[in-house]
Design a protein around this ligand. Structure first.
Ligand SMILES: [Zn+2]
Ligand SMILES: [Zn+2]
Length: 477
């Protein structure tokens, strides 16, 4: 695949690596990144799994040809561990300067001497090197087929998100349509929005709002996924849905059931409505509408190309899949929802809340927070008919209470937080990525710390940064 190469790293690893490379002595320092690999039509991404720090004077010593070099022992041990753990070997060191950087001739010559052997030892599709200045990075990736490619950028996934290139890039003027908002985050911020590919899973109340917000913000590509058609009872919440989309003349309550059934079959898929809304809002957006279940393997595969996933579907299997994508493929996600819980016997309202839970790789996950119910996971794996027959879910067909304003609270907070983060406006001094629930009955906003268990199958080390080397929890093909 000729798609560009890039590197993704968690904010924690980046802070530690930057402290190691730039301790303030203006000298050169080095490390080796062990990376998972994700290859898609849109790009090849190296995902930093862990960092082996070279100790100055022991592992990083005066060189015979260049200024410094990694000792053969350090290199060999790292390469063999990459072979054992199926990770890509990427050597890094730093140069002086801040805004631009490139390899020296001596660096390139050392790659030519060493990398064919490293490809052999690690037995991976690639091996490579990065060189850093304080705010810049350049890369030289060697592929097993003999080609050499530079890297386009390194992305630090945190809050705010930052991107390093070999040299500064000047974004084009944002244009009149975005004049008011680009006064907040500048042409650079608008350019970042325009280059994003964002997925929305679930185009009901919350998802339809997120879709509208993203399109109007000027997001370049939106992928919308939902297997459902619009119903009369959705019209109060789904943005852009028209009565005609739900065939209201046929499906209204006083019609005979056979007629209503025809009406329901003719009704518009929710993704089709979302695509119409987005295209009416933005001249430049590209919308991909997938009228199918996100757990189908070929649908889930479309998510691998995304920069962010908004999860607005009320399914525990989708929660598990999105968690896995975030930690395995380094694609951040925000889960949004609104819930009205009722007292069992009386039917009185017990609580009302809107929830927003944003996660980046290295954070905890919904499973660790006990927000994925294993019983429901098993139930969802069964067909609708099976569920009916076994009647495990007694409220299967009882619709949950819902209202557009609760969805709007969650959707606006979720998109706003993401937008602030990717355009670099969020302060990196605040405690990042709190999960919140907003409770209108008591006028409270509750924050939750994330939980993370190292052995977790979704966010633990077995899946973390593994990219294409692990299977995703989709349906079996
Ligand atoms: Zn160098
Ligand atoms: Zn977890």
């Amino acid at each position: 695949m000729n798609a560009p190469w890039s590197v993704r790293i968690t904010q924690n690893d980046w802070h530690a690596l930057a402290a190691h490379l730039f301790p303030g002595d203006r000298d050169e320092h080095a490390a080796i990144l062990r990376c998972g690999l994700a290859r898609t039509p849109r790009g090849n991404r190296l995902l930093v799994h862990d960092v082996l720090y070279a100790v100055d004077g022991t592992d990083y010593v005066p060189g015979d040809r260049g200024y410094r070099k990694l000792t053969p022992e350090f290199v060999l041990e790292a390469a063999e561990s990459c072979a054992d753990d199926e990770l890509v070997y990427v050597a890094v060191h730093c140069h002086g300067g801040t805004e631009r950087v490139e390899f020296s001739e001596i660096d390139m010559a050392s790659h030519e001497r060493g990398y064919p052997a490293l490809l052999d030892i690690t037995d991976r599709p690639a091996v490579g090197a990065l060189v850093f200045a304080r705010n810049a990075v350049a890369g030289d990736i060697w592929l097993a087929d003999g080609t050499r490619v530079p890297i386009d950028h390194l992305q630090v996934l945190g809050r705010p998100q930052t991107r390093l290139h070999p040299e500064p890039r000047r974004p084009a003027h944002a244009g009149e349509a975005f004049d008011r908002q680009s006064r907040i985050f500048g042409d650079r911020g608008q350019h970042i929005l325009a280059t994003q590919r964002v997925a929305i899973i679930g185009l009901g109340g919350a998802g339809s709002l997120i879709n509208e917000y993203l399109a109007r913000l000027g997001v370049g590509e939106i992928l919308v996924i939902d297997p459902d058609r619009i119903e009369m009872s959705n019209l109060s919440r789904v943005v852009g849905a028209r009565r005609g989309d739900a065939w209201s003349l046929l499906t209204t309550e006083n019609r005979p059931e056979w007629l209503r059934r025809i009406g329901r079959r003719l009704s518009a898929p929710k993704v089709k409505i979302a695509a119409r809304v987005a295209r009416e809002a933005s001249r430049t957006v590209t919308v991909t509408a997938v009228f199918d279940d996100v757990l189908e393997p070929d649908v889930a595969e479309l998510l691998l190309d995304c920069d962010h996933i908004f999860l607005a579907a009320d399914s525990h299997s989708a929660r598990r899949l999105v968690d896995a994508l975030t930690h395995q493929y380094f694609i951040p996600n925000t889960q949004v929802g609104a819930k009205v819980s009722l007292v069992k016997d009386t039917g009185d309202i017990a609580d009302i809340f809107s929830a927003v839970r944003a996660s980046v790789p290295g954070d905890g996950c919904l499973r660790c927070a006990q927000l994925i119910n294993p019983v429901l996971l098993q139930e969802e794996a069964k067909s609708h008919g099976e569920r009916r027959r076994q009647r495990y879910l007694d409220d299967d067909d009882v619709p949950a209470p819902s209202v557009i304003t609760l969805n709007a609270l969650a959707a606006a907070h979720a998109v706003n937080d993401w937008m602030m983060s990717i355009t670099g406006l969020t302060s990196d001094l605040v405690e990042p990525h709190r999960w919140i629930t907003i409770h209108p009955l008591t006028d409270e906003i509750v924050e939750y710390a994330q939980r993370h268990h190292p052995s977790c199958p979704n966010c633990g080390l077995g899946r973390f940064a593994r990219g294409d080397a692990r299977r995703l929890p989709t349906k079996v093909r």
